[in-house]
Ligand binder design. Structure first.
Ligand SMILES: NC(=O)c1ccc[n+]([C@@H]2O[C@H](COP(=O)([O-])OP(=O)(O)OC[C@H]3O[C@@H](n4cnc5c(N)ncnc54)[C@H](O)[C@@H]3O)[C@@H](O)[C@H]2O)c1
Length: 443
């Protein structure tokens, strides 16, 4: 199949979006910026993928040669936007394998649902591309490890989208903690709370004509299409992601690894469920999501204990901060937040210390621009990036270990060196999953 140019795309995708007539320019043309412009493709041109791509274009380091998405409408709208910013229409593809064959890209940005990250990441690395991949680095631990291995074998730079490793208030907060500002820390509580409530099943619907649902599901089971899943909703379906723990959890559990320089916990125990959202439903007529509506995970490290908490109900201001991490130390409590920056509350009274956040992207409140710059500089200087794939893998493991304990309904012991659960075959089986044919689990 040929790459889809705009006209061909509209011819082939029944019901595709009508072409938009956007105002063109002023263009950010790659050739007007100093430095090399890398042949770049975005795989997964939804909300977050386009956020990253806009940053990359603004940075001046990319020549956007292709967009890939299984949703023809997303693809069309995104390609139009790229053209309106750069003056150049990228080629459009549904299937990343075909894109990799045709385009000889130097950089891939991967922002698909989580169950694709490792598989697509590895394919891009093997095709010779440096990769900016979204977190988590895998849907299961062994595929994530396989991506680390591929990155090292092929000597490619792989940056994981963990911008909380480079955001200014995170960097200054970590300096404060590592210099002993909060004293000796014995416990950390990371959390993400949001609103919500009971969930009634939503009727399944025919697959929209613009969507290749089979290729969306890919290695995951081919479940009936439901509008709650796409776009964005896949996070709450365990076939495609790992709920809030696999989403927000990666960012905040990573702060614990960053602060402690630890690589992995020794024991993990999760409790939680769906008392508020209600039972999981999945049949030919209707379905619900299936991730826990709340979860409490304890992680035992050698010198401290960490706790993860999330809740998808009772979202309110009662606890002030909805996402973040509390570090409890002998000198006081340190709160690492998001839009609320960081704050230190001394144990013996005294002055509260606070630092506001600084975002390069005020609207979304993130720091993708410095993360992208670091990625490019690492390609040029042949060094490891600030959110290197190994760092992303270890943070992803924190989330996935919690999910394994949750699925087993009991605690587990983890050997982080061998990445196995010693003598626990039931748990070891959950380090990977069976892929739907013809997809093959990466090793
Ligand atoms: N780092 C961060 O702060 C941050 C913030 C938001 C999202 N994310 C991550 O970004 C990823 C995407 O999230 P989103 O909210 O943009 O979701 P989304 O649903 O808006 O976008 C995902 C896109 O991927 C497409 N897709 C699905 N299967 C595909 C395939 N096989 N090939 C190509 N395209 C495919 C979908 O059609 C969709 O357009 C997630 O992994 C999420 O965790 C990270």
């Amino acid at each position: 199949m040929k790459p889809l140019n705009r006209r061909r795309f509209i011819e082939t995708a029944a019901g595709a979006a009508v072409m938009t007539s956007q105002a063109i320019g002023p263009w950010i043309r790659a050739q007007d910026k100093p430095g090399k412009q890398y042949r770049t493709a975005l795989i997964g041109s939804g909300w977050w993928g386009m956020n990253i791509l806009r940053v990359a274009i603004e940075d001046g380091s990319v020549d956007v040669v292709a967009l890939v998405d299984v949703d023809a409408d997303e693809l069309e709208v995104s390609a139009d936007e790229v053209e309106s910013i750069t003056g150049k229409m990228p080629a459009m593809y549904r299937d990343y394998r075909e894109m990799l064959e045709k385009e000889k890209i130097e950089i891939a940005i991967i922002s698909t649902p989580d169950h694709w990250h490792a598989l697509q990441g590895i394919a891009c690395i093997k095709a010779g591309a440096h990769v900016f991949v979204e977190k988590p680095t895998g849907h299961t631990i062994q595929e994530s490890r396989a991506m680390v291995k591929a990155a090292r074998e092929h000597e490619r730079v792989v940056q994981v989208g963990m911008h909380r490793r480079i955001g200014p208030h995170h960097v200054s907060g970590m300096k404060f903690l590592k210099e002993g500002g909060a004293g000796e820390i014995g416990m950390i509580r990371a959390f993400a709370h949001s609103g919500g409530g009971p969930e009634a099943p939503t009727p399944n619907s025919p697959v929209p004509p613009n969507l290749d649902w089979d290729l969306y599901c890919g290695p995951a089971p081919l479940r009936p299409f439901n509008k709650r899943i796409h776009p964005g909703g896949f996070r709450n379906y365990l076939d495609f992601a790992n709920g809030i723990l696999g989403d927000w959890g990666v960012h905040w559990l990573d702060q614990i690894l960053w602060w402690s320089d630890e690589k992995h916990p020794r024991k993990i125990s999760s409790m939680g469920g769906r008392p508020i959202k209600g039972p999981v439903v999945l049949n030919e007529k209707e379905q619900t999501s299936d991730s826990p509506d709340h979860q409490v995970v304890t992680y035992e490290f050698e010198k401290f204990t960490a706790v993860w908490e999330h809740r998808r109900f009772a979202g309110n201001e009662a606890e002030k901060s909805k996402v973040g991490c509390y570090f409890y130390g002998t000198k006081g409590t340190f709160h690492m937040g998001w839009r609320d920056g960081w704050t230190f509350y001394p144990a013996e009274g005294g002055e509260i210390i606070h630092e506001d956040p600084k975002f390069d992207d005020e609207k979304d409140g993130h720091n993708v621009p410095p993360l992208w710059r670091d990625f490019i500089e690492c390609i040029e200087q042949k060094r490891l990036p600030v959110a290197d794939v190994e760092i992303g893998h270890l943070a992803t493991n924190m989330s996935l270990l919690g999910m394994i304990s949750q699925k087993l309904g009991r605690g587990v012991e983890w050997n982080g060196e061998t990445e196995t659960f010693p003598g626990d075959e039931e748990a070891n089986k959950l380090l990977r999953r069976d892929y739907r044919a013809p997809w093959e689990y990466p090793v």
